[in-house]
Ligand binder design. Sequence first.
Ligand SMILES: Nc1ncnc2c1ncn2[C@@H]1O[C@H](COP(=O)(O)OP(=O)(O)OP(=O)(O)O)[C@@H](O)[C@H]1O
Length: 333
Amino acid sequence: MTSQEYALELSDLVMHFGAVRAVDGVSLAIPRGRVTALVGESGSGKSTVGRCVVRLVEPTAGTVRIAGADVTHLSRRQLRRHRSDVSIVFQDPAGSLDPRMLVGDIVAEPLRLSGRRISRRDRDARVATELGRVGLRAEVARRYPHELSGGQRQRVSIARALISEPMLLIADEPTSALDVSVQASVLNLLADLQRDIGFACLFITHDLSAVEYLADDIAVMYLGQLVEKGSREQIFARPGHPYTQALLSAAPVADPERQRQRQQVLLGDDLPTALDPPSGCRFRTRCPLAFDRCATEVPAQVEYGDGMAACHLVQPDGTRPDVRAADTNEVVS
Ligand SMILES: Nc1ncnc2c1ncn2[C@@H]1O[C@H](COP(=O)(O)OP(=O)(O)OP(=O)(O)O)[C@@H](O)[C@H]1O
């Protein structure tokens, strides 16, 4: 693939906040029209990757390319005007929508900021179309955010993000602040819109099961680094990295029979800090399979199936460890 065929390319992206190594050398490419889920626990650096892409923060090092163009050092203003547009939907719609603005003005804001002239009538028509696309009636344009439910507000955020027809959408935990009862409908809406419109998407989530029907590819992040990448099929069927295996074992399974039979690997809550990550493999302090080499040698990213895994126990011939077989760990059935 040439650079143009990727909606997003991150090369060795680094974002340090002082001594906090939030993102520490992430390389990732999303082809146009495809969805990559970026998964990992809270604090692993996922949101910071998304914020670097839309330039809410300026990366410490590395490059961000959108549709082949290096946008790493453009100002946010320049980025906005860039032909290859990128939008973001945040976790909390209440915090990201200005409470003093009417919904219609919120949704139309990207059109105003783009600097292109557009008549009031065309603008209102675009807003009505966009609200319709996300399942809201046109009258909602004359309401304020506080008059809407959480799910409706997140639909407004999605309408605002899509009105400028971005090639790339960053969706940062778009359903995790919502009531469980509406999470699925917002997730389905995003999946339908992505299929209809065909934008590329970086879908940030801590919940692997949420991406099973949405993602083409999955990238797994741990303490600022990617530990595994691969197609959705491969990650679910043959996860290579012990961390991916543990995350999958913790995700709820719909089938009660499978849920009973599977083994869950408990990692505990003791995620080390990004201030002082462990030497060698960063996952080793929680890995049930860690051995001497893991403390001294940073694992290389080896080719594994259709992606990569960074673990001393994964081999390019497809050999992989199995965390459930580890007898040194708390393994529960
Ligand atoms: N502006 C900031 N200043 C200092 N540290 C920050 C800043 N933003 C993020 N961090 C730190 O960077 C690390 C990664 O945070 P980030 O929010 O990217 O993780 P995350 O995986 O998205 O988690 P969450 O799901 O909780 O948002 C954390 O240790 C966090 O405390």
